[in-house]
Design a protein around this ligand. Structure first.
Ligand SMILES: *[C@@H]1O[C@H](CO)[C@@H](O)[C@H](O)[C@H]1NC(C)=O
Ligand SMILES: *[C@@H]1O[C@H](CO)[C@@H](O)[C@H](O)[C@H]1NC(C)=O
Ligand SMILES: *[C@@H]1O[C@H](CO)[C@@H](O)[C@H](O)[C@H]1NC(C)=O
Ligand SMILES: *[C@@H]1O[C@H](CO)[C@@H](O)[C@H](O)[C@H]1NC(C)=O
Length: 410
């Protein structure tokens, strides 16, 4: 049975688990809409890392702390959509019988405010006792979950899909073109479910966006442009950043006034790290398998920014300028912005102050393919407020303070 596509404003609750049986939820989710004032705002929570040490009191306390972060940010920002950008759960510590139980805790504050959400899965969401499929099934018990899985095949990963955002006046999606497309990608990683090598070690999973997904992205993007007879501006979300973020960080360098944000994870950990060019995963620093995805991102007209997590200590945005070739890379920049968010959860490494990146899209700025973004912190303040416009990277901004969370229970 398929989930009924009810209006988001109707009663939201858990459907019985038996109502969801299909592996692939390939239908396009109920589309989102711009607000009457012509804006659409996204709150990106990343690296929430729920479910640490379920057997002691420290772990569950971190989850309580993380719920408070979500509540504070949502109350301060009142977004149109929540994105959970990977590592929702620390699956490394999960028990097989209740690995996805914490999903209810994660989405509690989102459901209570009747907001829609969309997830990508991260390397910690794929562990011996946990899979992206299992999280998707648990999420999809809620009507407000827009997470889908549109690319079949064992190697594709799970959270690959898109969501159209329609103009506010649109009555039926068959009668108007989307204003904005949101792309979600699964960068995989972590370990195979319930699999061990002969020596007892877990079996590693490739940590890049698979080429089948890259092909689907390019074909679907072209089909949408053809259908609507124009390029629709878009944003993308993927848990693990690509090698371009690392190259810009280490070769071009991040400047605290031109790319404001914390830059503590240096060098950043990126897709294909730890893999060899031949697809084996021992003894290599970087295998280069993310190149097709990087190339596709730079070659996609209308794609304004890509948002990643994974590196909890990096929170900047970098505009990869048109025509710029980072030394050592043969992929040319196209003006695409590569952004990190903010470590949102109390689980996972690091004590950088918790928060969530906000993205404000307005119809007015979309004409020039510009969006505004900032990070809302748990403390209530907002930092790193920038316009991702054509001069981003050349405009001076105040540096972001590198604050840490001070608390007795974390
Ligand atoms: C999951 O199961 C473990 C072991 O039985 C238990 O200690 C833990 O409290 C359970 N967690 C949840 C969220 O149900
Ligand atoms: C997987 O779950 C089982 C059953 O709860 C538990 O005994 C085991 O320790 C877990 N393994 C890992 C690697 O988390
Ligand atoms: C990744 O970036 C490094 C520079 O940090 C560069 O040397 C390398 O060639 C890049 N790989 C690809 C596939 O672009
Ligand atoms: C980009 O935004 C910044 C900050 O709002 C502003 O100072 C700059 O003039 C803008 N650039 C363009 C081309 O609009």
């Amino acid at each position: 049975m398929k989930l009924p596509l009810l209006a988001l404003s109707t009663v939201v609750g858990a459907l019985p688990p038996t109502s969801f049986t299909t592996r692939h939820t390939s239908h396009v989710p109920k589309s989102l809409k711009f607000r009457k004032d012509g804006t659409f705002q996204i709150s990106i929570f990343e690296d929430l890392h729920f479910g640490e040490n379920a057997w002691d009191s420290w772990g569950p306390q971190q989850d309580i702390n993380s719920v408070k972060v979500i509540e504070k940010v949502l109350d301060a920002e009142n977004p149109s959509l929540v994105v959970l950008n990977g590592d929702l759960i620390t699956g490394d510590n999960a028990f097989l019988q209740n690995a996805t139980a914490v999903v209810d805790e994660i989405v509690g504050p989102i459901v209570a405010r009747d907001l829609p959400w969309a997830s990508t899965y991260g390397n910690h969401d794929y562990q011996y006792n946990l899979t992206g499929e299992a999280i998707l099934q648990h999420e999809n018990r809620y009507q407000n979950s827009l997470t889908r899985s549109m690319v079949p095949g064992r190697d594709a990963g799970v959270s690959n899909y898109y969501i159209p955002v329609m103009p506010d006046h649109c009555k039926s999606k068959h009668h108007c073109a989307p204003e904005l497309i949101l792309w979600f990608f699964d960068s995989r990683g972590g370990f195979e479910f319930q699999a061990k090598q002969a020596n007892g070690d877990f079996v590693g999973r490739p940590n890049w966006v698979d080429v089948s997904v890259v092909n689907w992205f390019q074909q679907t993007h072209a089909a949408l442009a053809h259908e609507h007879k124009k390029v629709i501006p878009s944003l993308a979300f993927v848990h693990i950043p690509t090698n371009a973020s690392l190259a810009l960080q280490t070769v071009s360098k991040v400047n605290p006034n031109y790319q404001p944000g914390i830059n503590d994870d240096y060098p950043a950990s990126v897709q294909s790290q730890g893999w060899c060019p031949d697809g084996t995963n021992s003894g290599c620093a970087y295998g280069g398998q993310d190149a097709p995805f990087m190339k596709a991102l730079t070659q996609t007209p209308g794609l304004m920014a890509v948002f990643s997590g994974h590196d909890h200590g990096d929170t900047w945005c970098y505009r990869w300028d048109e025509g710029t070739v980072v030394p050592g890379m043969d992929i040319r920049g196209s003006g695409l912005n590569l952004c990190f968010g903010q470590h949102s959860g109390y689980g996972g490494y690091g004590s950088w102050i918790r928060g969530a990146r906000q993205v404000l899209v307005s119809k007015e700025k979309l004409r020039n393919q510009e969006v505004d973004t900032w990070i809302r912190l748990e403390s209530g303040s907002a930092v790193g407020r920038v316009s991702l416009n054509s001069t981003y990277g050349h405009d001076w901004y105040p540096a972001t303070p590198n604050d840490k969370t001070q608390c007795p229970t974390c």
